[in-house]
Design a protein around this ligand. Structure first.
Ligand code: BGP
Length: 465
């Protein structure tokens, strides 16, 4: 083992959630419906309506986060609490809720990290074409300005769009609708272009309105391995890296389209229409850091050239192949979790190095964690040793990456508290804090600390593994 560098003394040990997965209160205090509320996420529980009831219990939850020792809490703001129809009228009750949440965090010494948009597009905007409609860019710009003005005096870290790349690549799993059936891919990449513009406008506005705040994108980035050292497999991995990872970060950081990704779109007649000022807007916006989510690596091989390449499990961490470009394959060197996601801590270090070498910006990990069917034993304890093991192995790699010279300023695993999985219900749990509810039975919603809670608490207190 090399001599390890320590975690910086101000390292942001965090915990993450998103609004629709944790808050509940889906139609309270003037909140409008989002695409999630209207059932765009096809599988799994219908119960995002109550979720973990954090909306009513945020004080109790933040007290637990403080006891856990969190230095930061990454949450998302529900666009439809602020603008019930996505634009036009501001809902003051929504502003009030996040004011209270932010104040409570600060009173407990926890740095708020706010995601502006985490999958829950306002349904009213979806009805007008969603991200296919360029007007959504303006709605997002207005929404972001409203957030900066309302919360910018206290929120120093902003994340624009959660996992935009997963929304494009796994639209079916994450509720991204295609409107143009003739060429769904062209429509998707038009949506993508609009989200890029929305993000760029938000980043520029943030710097204009809040000179001391920091803002960055939050894609899901992972190392991509070739299935073998066969050159065609390596080329397939190179293509997939461009489509899955670099398209998003090259645009966010440099304001241009990744050449390989652009060619991939040209070949499929799927390049977006670019407005006269778009490239200027995109290239003048700069992030201050890169936030990214990491659960596993991906392995791809050469395309077999037919439909068998396309695997659509509806799961955002299992590669859907693309005829003529790549197909997802299993990596036999890796173990899998109960949901078939490969576990690859070393790939995490590779990913951090790759991002830092390409962009030279500080990194924060905004999601990483293990979904599992936790069991409450007869004493009421939850012994989630498997989760501790997963987190430990990944945190070791963060420290190794820091030792490699990568600038990492925070690690905020998924999730601070149990919440509803994106499409696998509430029995797939991730939290340090257990929430007593089942898929269809809300039970007591009581909070209790898992074994991982005490483990993470010690780690944070020592600022070391
Ligand atoms: C990411 C999302 C999160 C979260 C996580 C775990 O893609 O940003 O919202 O849900 O994955 O995924 P899942 O809930 O499907 O297990």
């Amino acid at each position: 083992m090399p001599q390890l560098k320590s975690f910086p003394s101000d390292f942001l040990w965090g915990g993450s959630t998103s609004a629709y997965q944790v808050e509940g209160a889906w139609n309270e205090d003037g909140k409008g419906p989002s695409v999630i509320d209207m059932g765009n996420v096809v599988e799994g529980t219908t119960d995002f309506k109550v979720a973990s009831d954090h909306y009513h219990r945020y004080k109790e939850d933040i007290a637990l986060f403080a006891e856990l020792g969190l230095k930061a809490y990454r949450f998302s703001i529900a666009w439809t609490r602020i603008f019930p129809t996505g634009e036009d009228q501001i809902n003051q009750k929504g502003i009030e809720f996040y004011n209270n949440l932010i104040d409570e965090l600060i009173a407990n010494g926890i740095e708020p990290i706010a995601t502006m948009y985490h999958f829950d597009l306002p349904y009213a905007l979806q009805e007008k074409g969603g991200w296919s409609n360029r007007q959504t860019v303006e709605a997002f710009a207005l929404y972001s300005k409203t957030l900066f003005e309302a919360f910018g005096d206290r929120v120093k870290y902003w994340l624009t769009i959660n996992e935009q790349n997963m929304m494009i690549l796994h639209g079916d799993a994450l509720g991204t609708k295609h409107v143009d059936a003739d060429n769904p891919m062209k429509d998707l990449y038009q949506q993508n272009h609009h989200m890029m513009l929305a993000q760029a406008k938000a980043m520029s506005l943030c710097h204009q309105l809040l000179p001391s705040a920091k803002i960055g994108p939050a894609p899901n980035i992972s190392a991509i391995y070739p299935a073998s050292c066969k050159p065609e497999d390596v080329l397939a991995a190179n293509t997939f890296s461009a489509i899955r990872n670099w398209l998003y970060l090259d645009m966010a950081v440099h304001g241009h389209y990744n050449a390989t990704a652009w060619r991939f779109l040209e070949e499929r007649h799927a390049t977006p229409t670019i407005g006269a000022d778009d490239m200027q807007i995109l290239s003048s916006a700069k992030p201050d850091f890169i936030a990214f989510n990491y659960y596993n690596s991906q392995t791809v091989g050469e395309s077999s050239g037919d439909a068998s390449d396309v695997n659509s499990t509806g799961d955002q961490q299992i590669t859907i192949g693309e005829v003529g470009a790549y197909k997802g394959v299993e990596n036999e060197n890796l173990l899998k979790n109960e949901f078939g996601w490969e576990i690859d801590p070393v790939g995490f270090r590779t990913t951090m190095r790759d991002i830092y070498e390409r962009y030279g910006l500080p990194l924060i990990i905004t999601e990483n964690g293990l979904g599992a069917f936790d069991k409450v034993d007869e004493n009421g304890d939850i012994n989630d040793d498997y989760r501790i093991e997963y987190l430990k192995q990944h945190i070791e790699q963060v420290q190794l990456a820091i030792t490699d010279g990568v600038e990492v300023f925070g690690y905020s695993p998924w999730s601070a508290i149990d919440l509803i999985s994106t499409h696998q219900g509430c029995s797939k749990r991730y939290g340090f804090i257990h929430v007593d509810r089942d898929e269809f039975d809300l039970k007591s919603l009581k909070r209790s600390k898992k074994k991982s809670f005490y483990w993470y608490q010690t780690l944070i207190a020592n600022n070391s593994l």
